[in-house]
Write a protein that binds this ligand. Sequence first.
Ligand SMILES: [Zn+2]
Length: 415
Amino acid sequence: MKLGKYSIGVGDRFTHQGRAQLRAIMKANETGLEINPVWNKSNREHIYVGTVPADTRKEADEAVKALNYTGPYFVDADHINLSSVSKYVDSSDFFTLDVASFIGKESSKEDVDAFVASCEKYVGELQIPGIEKPLHIIKELLNKIAGKFLAATQHASDIYEYLKKEKGEGNFITEVSMDEVESPQTPVEMLFILKMLADKGVPVQTIAPKFTGRFNKGVDYVGDLDQFAKEFEEDVLVLDFAVKEFGLPEELKLSVHSGSDKFSIYPIMAEVIAKYDKGLHLKTAGTTWLEEVIGLAVAGGEGLELAKKIYENSYNRQEELCAPYADVIDIDGSKLPSVEEVNSWSSDKYADTLRHIPEHPDYNSNFRQLIHVAYKVAAEMGNEYTDMLVKFDNVVGSCVEENIYDRHLKRLFSI
Ligand SMILES: [Zn+2]
């Protein structure tokens, strides 16, 4: 099973927007692109919302059928590990093996020594085609990288072997993710991580490193754009080298876990993948939930009332809702509007405050980040929330579609 050159992960917390998301992708594909849709949902999201993996499969299958979509599509068990993978076996055909918590775990001296010995030929000045300066590889560096990543790549191999036994070789896509950590992996680390995966027989098709800069939830990238561009380009070149050198799948590509809406780096990624004719996988998730709230606000009446209620609950439960996301949000509490103020807002005022158009005078990134992490509030509302999604399906769906197409796909694929 092969993932296409271009693919986008569309997360959907409440599993109502599959058709709207697919409409956006099909619209982009009308321009001659072949973007594969992937419906991703993490174990954490399923637990918070109270859904099960089969719900995501059903959503994807129904959307595909309803829109007569005939291309490849996938259902991603996002951020799973050996203890959470089993319940995804039947419904997923894309697995994101999250090995972040194994980075830095000790490996045996024999394993480290064996890995370092296997890298003998790379010691010295290693020239990666396309990268200006050769990589300076010394044994100490190899020792350090092995100490840091051998256990993590072994964990990836353990999950992969389990899946191979359960699903059969070649019947699923394998992604390895290391994005949920503090410090970014350097291109040279990436090179040897890929060698470890190849040595262990993990046919990785997408790899999600932690990139430089901040990937806060729901808002744009914060960081040095030049540094990101350099790192992203070097990673692309390292992947190309690794495919040829280590015999990894030729479709291997980077997976960018965006945390939603990293608009300022989209054109950079677009330029690099076009320059080298490479593929890309981009994961979005929470951006669709935010469009649901925007859609309800736009719908007015009961929809707007519910959007206001969601804000009131979120505002009153800030501490609890923000705690699990403390590392990936930056909310200035003094810039959040009061509940009374929001309760007096019109549809437009609410939607413009939340919608991710930074140049709009009403846009408030603090408001947006708070709602982003507050989907638990809507989950607790149960049918009160989802009934409104059904009732205002047209307006909510068009917000979801417009967001994925206009703000994401157009920028990412230079449409
Ligand atoms: Zn991630």
